[in-house]
Design a protein around this ligand. Structure first.
Ligand code: AR6
Length: 172
């Protein structure tokens, strides 16, 4: 699997699936979640509501992932995952890695070969950007049993992109 780092807006990526940093409600929010629902149109929310009415009556648990249509976006699927809120006193990094591992598994299930990821938890949920990149890369670099051929980490803004590149290249 090729791992690419790009600076940009995930909603414009031409890939099979984009990952959404959602919340358990699956009913939208700010950040990348807000952008995806805004630009993807009402079909995404309609499927999210259906998921809440069926499989996820109590919401999507942190670390899990589920796919819906991508509505009017260039991608075919949105894979919604729920990152953990950053905590300085508790190590929640296993849950953050679960987000990437479970999103890859769902990509395999729907047959998505190219997948774009945002930096899950590194916005409103407060995760330090450098560590969020490290957790993402730990999963993506060790993914062996996936049919995904390209995992694209989409960094929003030049500062975030610069930090991600340093982590990617192993610079201190
Ligand atoms: N494309 C790519 N990355 C983006 C975009 C975009 N269009 N917009 C923001 N980012 P966040 P979280 C970056 O806050 O921390 C929502 O309200 C952003 O700069 O979107 O997991 C949900 O409903 C940051 O680097 O997600 C939840 O309630 C990264 O995406 C909560 O926020 C993640 O920031 C989830 O918080």
């Amino acid at each position: 699997m090729e791992i690419a780092l790009v600076e940009g807006d995930i909603t414009t990526q031409r890939v099979d699936a984009i990952v959404n940093a959602a919340n358990s409600s699956l009913l939208g929010g700010g950040g990348v979640d807000g952008a995806i629902h805004r630009r993807g149109g009402p079909a995404i929310l309609a499927e999210c509501r259906a998921l809440r009415a069926s499989r996820y009556g109590r919401g999507l648990p942190t670390g899990q992932a589920v796919a819906t249509t991508a509505g009017e976006l260039p991608a075919r699927w949105v894979i919604h995952t729920v990152g953990p809120v950053w905590s300085a006193s508790e190590d929640r990094s296993a849950l953050l890695r679960d987000c990437y591992a479970n999103s890859l598994r769902v990509a395999d299930e729907v047959g998505a070969s190219t997948v774009a990821f945002p930096l899950v938890s590194a916005g409103i949920y407060g995760w330090p950007v450098d560590d969020a990149v490290g957790q993402a890369l730990a999963v993506l670099r060790s993914a062996t049993s996936t049919t995904v051929t390209e995992a694209r980490l989409v960094l929003f803004g030049s500062d975030t992109h610069a930090i991600a590149r340093e982590v990617f290249e192993g610079r201190p």
